[in-house]
Design a protein. Sequence first.
Length: 291
Amino acid sequence: MTLHALLIQPFVEFGFMRRALVATLALGLACGPMGTLLVLRRMSLAGDAIAHALLPGAALAFVAFGFSLWAMSIGGFLAAMLVAGLAGLVARFTPQREDASFAAFYLIALAAGVMIVSTRGSSVDLMHVLFGSILAVDDASLLLMAGIASLSLLVLAAIYRPLVVECFDPGFLRSVSRTGPWVHGVFLVLLVLNLVSGFQALGTLMAVGLMMLPAVAARFWASEVWSLAAVSSLFALLSGGCGLLLSYHANLPSGPAIVLLAGGIYAASLLLGRRDSLLAHVLANRSHRRA
């Protein structure tokens, strides 16, 4: 098999492969900085919780309107924002930490969503909502993903400085400005929007994978916030493109193939990365012994 047949021909011959590739490009560009900021803010598990919290809203919209892109997107967005708001209120007015509140509400939301789809739909419907189908992405979904990615990058650029300061020293930001809660709220809205975008292609259970795995892998290669975001986006794009090719040639589900490749990049980074990887620690120990 030639290199052209291996890497180029699937995207040339099939329109659904081209649309899937564009979808992964849009997701990767936005998921890189969003995942990086989630890691820096120690909100990795909160991102996973919000991704699962999309399910009941999307399920109710599916029951009412079928596979309607806009109905399921709006339903998922409202459900995720409700869970995020409730978790924040519980953390503010009770001794319970925000991560524990997120865990409680997302488990309730996940169970409710699965119950709704399983009782009002079929097992095929349930699998589609849970795991998505990036090869079935249509033009309307692409426009939604591209729009959310563009909006996310523009808004992140506008609030970049207070957002980064809040990641490292929220107390200092509170002492010099009152924008902390506002910035946090805007970031949560962007997070939900990007998870809604990923939900269209990868489903509720896989959407957060393309956001978090490249971000945690990037820390083994970069140190600055901007470089972490850039490397994370690069890893997300590689995972998306290579995952589509793997699913095409090996006849595998595309969503899990993409996320597993992102996991493979994380494992390779953990072993071989230039910063704080296992190899870096071994080389540093050898240099200390020689000294």
